[in-house]
Design a protein around this ligand. Structure first.
Ligand code: FE
Length: 208
């Protein structure tokens, strides 16, 4: 459960979940015990938001940037304005910066303090994003972490790690895969995974 960002961001990492998270857990336990909800169904709903519905917005932004150079320039110049214009704004997405992967630089996003994440673009963060291991290791040994995600970088690419805060959330603009020249923005969006927009993945090439 991502924590509330209304307080000062520079707190020590809490070992116990925040009060809202505890309350949600208590409610879930109670509802499960009374047979009113099935935990598997809850997991399925959360998975849908994490992996399916959520990241579709971000994928739409990336595909449009690949297809439209003027939009891409505007997106890189002022991410917040460009994504707001597409209707993607709101809580946990007030300030968005888009960072572009190139043959020289691979970008990767973390929140070292907690789990700041651009909700309007990517949905709710996956468990690994919130894990102590990812938060610590993304900064200390990004290449090792990327290798564990199956990401192989070009020898020319440096890794740049962006630490999210309540003030600024990041979206990675992955490199457009080879062989996608004729594709529509709609088809391009299907190549953009959630992880490719966090920097722990790459956009996929078209199916052969
Ligand atoms: Fe955070």
């Amino acid at each position: 459960m991502p924590h509330d960002h209304d307080h000062d961001h520079h707190h020590a990492h809490a070992v116990l979940p925040s009060e809202p998270a505890l309350r949600v857990k208590a409610l879930e336990t109670l509802l499960t015990e009374k047979g009113l909800v099935d935990p598997a169904a809850l997991d399925a709903i959360i998975d849908t938001y994490q992996n399916k519905i959520g990241p579709k917005n971000g994928a739409e932004v990336v595909a449009r940037a690949w297809a439209d150079p003027a939009f891409k320039a505007a997106l890189l110049a002022d991410g917040t304005a460009a994504v707001s214009e597409m209707g993607f704004y709101g809580r946990q997405g007030e300030h968005v910066m888009v960072v572009e992967n190139t043959p020289e630089v691979h970008n990767m996003v973390v929140c070292t303090l907690c789990s700041c994440y651009p909700w309007p673009l990517l949905g709710i963060p996956p468990a690994w994003y919130k894990s102590d291991a990812y938060r610590a290791r993304a900064v200390r040994e990004p290449r090792e972490v990327l290798a564990e995600f199956g990401v192989t970088l070009l020898p020319t690419q440096k890794v740049r790690v962006w630490d999210s805060t309540a003030e600024m959330r990041y979206l990675v603009l992955p490199m457009r895969p080879e062989g996608t020249e004729g594709l529509s923005a709609e088809d391009l969006a299907t190549l953009v995974s959630r992880d490719s927009m966090v920097g722990t993945g790459l956009a996929q090439g078209p199916a052969t």
